[in-house]
Structure formats: structure tokens, C-alpha cells
Design a protein around this ligand. Structure first.
Ligand code: CP
Ligand code: NVA
Length: 304
């Protein structure tokens, strides 16, 4: 491995061309897997997977993806390794770099994954931080491409919390020229630095506090939980703040053609209703499947 590996901590860590290359490769892997064709491009390689928060999709899609690519993944729950007993991230990073070919990490503070990457001699992939979830965005963009046949002329509405998933989606839309409107309650918006980065990447997201305005005529409506991992103590105040931001049948009347997206897990009856997530407008399980294909493409691209 070279002294300066390529990391994927945020969507803006790849250019528009690189992003399209990864999405095209993801489509090839998806087709190969569905056809039962071998695609063992990471034969003999190992991915370390650090988790400081729970996960279903990220854990299983990365582990399964490595198996399908002919490699291997090692699950490293925080309490199973010395990190949980206070070993510094920078020591964990340098140690793992001597064993594995790449690391995927899900941590709380975004700065922690930056420190981990700074000390790593192998590529580090962000599997979610408090501020970003770029692997989710790869799968989201793959899903939008499948649904809409491309990105040109596509309009999307983010309704709800300006959280980690939202912030990476904002950057993903900027890179792909998706026309994005973000509707959040006051005080729960996208961080100004992320909006500024989106503009640097060529985007121009519209920001509003009106979900109806955001949804009007959109091709894609996307939401996520109102209470993210680590925010459980804020439950009462958040439930009040997000009143009126539920993705429900009434809201969808504003966007009769829209696909409905959610990164999952969903809290039915809070940010989205059961009837909407179970409806034929919902593409949430395509998104979940696409995590597998997009991450396989990302890993093989980072490791080639
Ligand atoms: N969407 C997502 O990252 O799900 P998990 O928390 O189950 O990994
Ligand atoms: N915003 C959610 C996403 C979970 C995949 C959280 O951080 O808990």
C-alpha cells in the first residue's frame, strides 16, 4: 500500500467523474451478482470493520460484499477490541493498517474518522458518523439512476432532519446536478459548512422550512429518522419540533410522480407513515440492496 492511501470520508472526496465510475462499476457488479457470475476482484483481501454504533445494512452489506469479491471482512465492535478500553484511535489505526487492506468505520464524532484516516496506511471508508453517511449516498444515487434513468432534470426533496444522511445527500446531489430542496424545522437544518461545500461542488440547494413547498413536483422524496443514534435524550423536544414534517399520503399528493426514499431503519408513524413505506412508490429496499453493490464498487475502486 502506498504511503498516502485514498480515503472515502465524505462524498466530496471523489470527483463527479470518479463518482460516475463507481456507480457504473456498481451497476456491473449488480448485474454480475444477479446473473450468478463470479467477480472476485478482491481475492485474498481483508476489510476491517469498526462499529461504535449498531448497524444492520452497513455491517451485512460490507461483509457480504467482501465475500462476493473473494475477500474477507472482520467485524470489530468497539467493546470487542481495545478501543473500547481506551486504546487511542491513532494506535488502533496504525495497528490495523499492518493487518488489513482497508478499514470501514462507524463512529460518533466525524473528527474521529478523520484522525483514524490521518494515521492509516490503508484506505478508510466512512460507514457513518454524526455528520455524514457517504456510503448511503452512493446507494441513493444508484437508486435514483435506476428509477429516473440518469440525473439530468431530476428534482429531489429532503423532508425532515438535516442529519448525517441528509448532509451527504446534499453533497451527492451537488456532484450530480440533482435539483434539491431541503425542508427542515428551524434549528435542524443542514450545517452551513456543508451548504458551502455543496456550492463549491457546483450545487445550489434550496433551503426551506415548508415541507409542502419542498415536495411540490419532486421526482424523489427522501426522509430519515427524527432521532438519530446518540440523540435518544432529545426525543421529546425533537418529536415536537418535527411535527408537520411527516412523509405521509397528504404530502405525496404534492408530488404525484415521486419515488419515496428512506435509508432505513424507519420509525413508522414518526417521519414516515406505514402506508407510504409499504406503497409501490417506496424504493427503500432497492436502496438497501444497492448498499451492497455500491460499496463493492467503492472498495474495488479504492483498492485497485
Ligand atoms: N442505512 C444504514 O446505514 O443502516 P444500518 O444502520 O442498519 O447500517
Ligand atoms: N440518521 C440515522 C441514520 C441511520 C442509518 C442515524 O444516524 O441514526
Amino acid at each position: 500500500m502506498s504511503a498516502e492511501p485514498r480515503h472515502f470520508l465524505e462524498i466530496g472526496d471523489v470527483s463527479e467523474d470518479e463518482l460516475l465510475t463507481i456507480l457504473e462499476r456498481a451497476e456491473e457488479y449488480k448485474a454480475a451478482q444477479h446473473a450468478g457470475e463470479d467477480h472476485e476482484d478482491l481475492d485474498g483481501q481483508t476489510l476491517g470493520m469498526i462499529f461504535q454504533k449498531p448497524s444492520t445494512r452497513t455491517r451485512v452489506s460490507f461483509e457480504t460484499g467482501m465475500t462476493q469479491l473473494g475477500g474477507h471482512a472482520v467485524f470489530l465492535g468497539e467493546d470487542d477490541i481495545q478501543l473500547g478500553r481506551g486504546e487511542p484511535l491513532k494506535d488502533t489505526s496504525r495497528t490495523l493498517s499492518r493487518y488489513v487492506d482497508a478499514v470501514m468505520a462507524r463512529v460518533f464524532k466525524h473528527e474521529n474518522i478523520e484522525v483514524f484516516a490521518e494515521y492509516a496506511d490503508v484506505p478508510v471508508v466512512n460507514g457513518l458518523t454524526d455528520d455524514a453517511h457517504p456510503c448511503q449516498t452512493l446507494a441513493d444515487l444508484l437508486t435514483i439512476r435506476e428509477q429516473e434513468g440518469g440525473f439530468e432534470g431530476v428534482s429531489a426533496a429532503w423532508i425532515g432532519d438535516g442529519n448525517n444522511v441528509a448532509q451527504s445527500f446534499v453533497l451527492g446531489c451537488a456532484l450530480t446536478d440533482i435539483d434539491l430542496t431541503v425542508a427542515t424545522p428551524e434549528g435542524y437544518g443542514i450545517d452551513d459548512r456543508v451548504l458551502e461545500r455543496a456550492r463549491e461542488l457546483g450545487g445550489d440547494p434550496t433551503v426551506t422550512h415548508d415541507p409542502d413547498e419542498a415536495a411540490a413536483g419532486a421526482d424523489v422524496i427522501y426522509t430519515d429518522v427524527w432521532i438519530s443514534m446518540g440523540q435518544e435524550d432529545e426525543r421529546d423536544v425533537r418529536m415536537q419540533a418535527f411535527e408537520g414534517f411527516q412523509v405521509c399520503a397528504d404530502l405525496l399528493e404534492r408530488a404525484p410522480e415521486a419515488s419515496v426514499m428512506h435509508c432505513l431503519p424507519a420509525h413508522r408513524g414518526e417521519e414516515i407513515t406505514d402506508d407510504v413505506i409499504e406503497s409501490d412508490r417506496s424504493v427503500v429496499f432497492d436502496q438497501a440492496e444497492n448498499r451492497l453493490h455500491a460499496q463493492k464498487a467503492l472498495l474495488s475502486w479504492l483498492l485497485e
